[in-house]
Design a protein around this ligand. Structure first.
Ligand code: WT7
Length: 669
């Protein structure tokens, strides 16, 4: 683990400590280290008592009979309890007097006035949001959607994405949101796996001044599967926001396609929230794993909502007056948990932005923070690095004094980026919460509490309530401090995944048999002398590109689907901006020759097969791949080559690899 020991070395030198500002701590929900430790202890020693009490904070239609039923590795939380996620996020807030408060503040990408003035803004109150959700829910009901169905959502970052999710939740149908950057092939695969017969999409979405042809992608996807009977289409691009903007050309299939605005036009704003069992599925969300096929992570209603509600409240220290902005897309778990469910369950105003961070330039985020008086800002290290490169002048032009708390998620943050975030964006007075978690964990797992935890650049610090995290070896023995090992979770937690859709065996194999009996995260990490967790990155065949998770096998499958490719192996390599980039080693089929043109063709091909985020940063043609005697590709070796640049030039010779392979075989034999 070459990169792991490097990480240890650089982090051992990290001596800077930033205690929470006293002023912040005074107003925080959790104010002292003693309070955190007392609650944490209770959550680990008496989880049922702790979670039972915490669960009282959200509204239930019917209380649970039992807090936890744990039949390893299957957890049931709040057994017998009934609730509805859309009720918790909407009606309950209206009932406590927040009906007129902004639930969603949204800004579109195209600028509507002079440069720098931002895009059109929608302010949607909690009452309005409930009305919109109910109308769509009634419309979906008319289209035949019922409790237990899976509804696919492929949308731009517009309020209607959240409305669609909440409308599903209201009816008890599970949503399956697909990131708008994914390809038609990815849509078809996910629709098939989820057995979803309805898609909610938009004519297009704005991204970096262009139109993302969402409806077109859906049309293409539906040539590959005949499962989908209904496509609901939001008019986003065709609506005259700005007459000079490009329009999406929308193909229309009579009898299948339905305009959103026509669907909801005559619907009532009254739609009772279905009483859901705590363990009923709230959503499925596909994420990459170590096999070629993305897995549908299942989250259920009660535990997930409680987990995201409580972590949002304590980690982002949400108060009534906050304007909270998580810049993630709703297509990822971060968008599910911390754009939609977590903040709305808290009655918070959540800001959504449609477009790219660098449109029209890299000051967009700062002007938005100033314009909307954002108080809590949550983004990814990759974005911070890009802002750093763009220059602090862009930040300094703006008044960011409304900010009181900053967060990061998705990948390890390098200390330079952390310091820049702290000094330039946070004006040295905002605590930073570096939050470690996963699609599978549903909510934040390792994180500072902003009024409590002294932070150090580069560490996610300490476990959140109920999280029994440990660093262990392959056999599950806990390792001494400062020794790198595997990050596992030893106890069930409410927002944990409940399974993999359609693939129960894989759930057990993937998460519970690597380091039995614990939940294996796939990450390597170490703890320092303060007990802080330093995440070193994935130890499996998953690459984290710009905070987005990709499986090497997925990219390889896409590559070998191309006529020119005989074999492919993909590995992660360090990338200055994206954290990790993708290096693809490719052997060509008979009759094909290496060329720059083919390189570009293969790169674009992967983009088309999966999505732009999966495009390899490097394609290296090679006459052979190094393999073990049993025929396994030696990825570790390729990783070394991609990382150290040991192999010069892009075309390596057969001899190089067979020699390496033979040497390696001797080592192992
Ligand atoms: C993987 C999970 C959780 C939402 C976004 C990503 C990496 C996540 C951190 C962090 C270091 C992090 C891990 C993890 N990761 N947060 N704060 N520090 N690494 O969700 O796509 O499920 O990916 O992201 O490697 O396993 P995801």
């Amino acid at each position: 683990m070459a990169d792991a020991s490097e990480a240890i070395e650089s982090s051992l030198q990290e001596r800077r400590v930033f205690p929470p500002p006293a002023e912040f701590a005074r107003h925080a929900h959790i104010k002292s280290r003693e309070e955190y430790e007392r609650l944490y202890r209770e959550s680990i020693d008496h989880p049922e008592q702790f979670w039972g009490r915490m669960a009282e904070q959200i509204p239930w239609f019917k209380k649970w009979d039992k807090v936890l039923d744990w039949q390893h590795p299957y957890a049931k939380w709040f057994v017998g309890g009934k609730l509805n996620a859309s009720y918790v996020c909407l009606d309950a807030n209206i009932e406590r007097g927040l009906g007129d408060k902004a639930a969603i503040l949204w800004e579109g990408e195209p600028e509507s006035g002079r440069p720098g003035s931002g895009g059109s803004v929608h302010r949607i109150s909690y009452r309005q949001l409930r009305d919109d959700v109910c109308r769509l829910a009634n419309g979906l009901k008319k289209l035949g959607v019922k409790k237990g169905d899976r509804v696919t959502i492929y949308m731009p970052m517009v309020p209607e994405a959240a409305i669609a999710m909440l409308a599903c939740a209201r009816l008890g149908a599970a949503h399956s949101v697909i990131f708008g950057g994914f390809s038609s092939q990815a849509i078809a695969d996910r629709v098939e796996d989820a057995k979803s017969n309805i898609i909610i999409t938009a004519d297009g979405g704005f991204r970096r001044g262009n139109v993302v042809p969402l409806k077109h992608n859906v049309d293409e996807a539906l040539k590959k599967t005949d499962r989908v009977k209904t496509v609901v289409v939001l008019q986003r691009v065709g609506a005259p926001v700005d007459p000079d903007m490009p329009r999406a050309d929308v193909n229309w299939v009579e009898g299948r396609d339905v305009w959103w605005h026509e669907l909801v036009r005559d619907q009532s704003t009254d739609c009772p929230a279905a009483p859901m069992d705590a363990e009923d599925m709230l959503f499925v969300l596909y994420t990459s794993g170590s096999t070629g096929k993305p897995k549908g992570i299942i989250h259920t209603t009660g535990g997930y909502l409680l987990g995201t509600y409580l972590s949002a409240k304590y980690v982002f220290d949400l108060h009534d007056e906050d304007i909270y902005w998580c810049s993630a897309d709703v297509g990822w778990i971060t968008g599910h948990s911390y754009v939609v469910y977590g903040p709305l369950a808290n009655g918070t105003t959540t800001l959504m932005y449609e477009g790219a961070p660098n449109y029209p330039d890299f000051s967009r985020f700062w002007s938005m923070i100033e314009r909307h008086q954002v108080t809590v800002f949550y983004t990814a290290p990759t974005a911070i690095r890009a802002f750093m490169r763009a220059g602090r002048e862009l930040v300094d032009k703006h008044d960011l004094r409304s900010l009181r708390l900053l967060g990061t998620v998705g990948e390890p943050i390098n200390p330079e980026a952390w310091m820049w975030y702290h000094e330039v964006v946070g004006g040295e007075h905002c605590p930073i919460v570096d939050t470690w978690w996963q699609t599978e964990t549903g909510g934040i797992m390792i994180t500072p509490l902003p009024g409590v935890t002294p932070t150090k650049p580069g560490t996610a610090t300490l476990p959140f309530f109920g999280v029994d995290a440990a660093i262990v070896d392959r056999k599950g023995n806990e390792l001494p401090l400062n020794q790198g090992g595997l990050l596992v979770i030893r106890k069930p937690w409410p927002s944990m995944l409940r399974g993999i859709y359609n693939d129960p065996d894989r759930y057990v194999k993937q998460y519970w048999t690597e380091v039995p009996p614990y939940y294996f995260t796939g990450d390597g990490a170490r703890r320092d002398e303060d007990g802080y967790f330093w995440i070193m990155g994935r130890v499996d065949d998953v690459i984290n590109v710009a905070g987005h998770r990709l499986g090497t096998m997925e990219i390889e499958s896409a590559l070998v689907a191309h006529d020119a490719v005989a074999e492919a192996a993909c590995v992660g390599m360090p990338h200055e901006m994206k954290g990790q980039g993708i290096a693809a080693f490719v052997t060509l089929a008979n009759g094909f020759n290496p060329s720059d043109k083919l390189k570009k063709e293969l790169t674009d091909w992967v983009g088309k097969q999966i999505g732009a985020i999966a495009k390899p940063d490097q394609v290296r043609f090679t006459p052979a791949l190094p393999k073990t005697r049993s025929g396994k590709i030696m990825r570790r070796l390729l990783k070394e080559l991609a990382t150290s640049g040991d192999v010069k030039g892009d075309v390596t010779t057969l001899e190089d690899f067979t020699v390496i392979a033979r040497l390696k075989e001797q080592d192992e034999g």
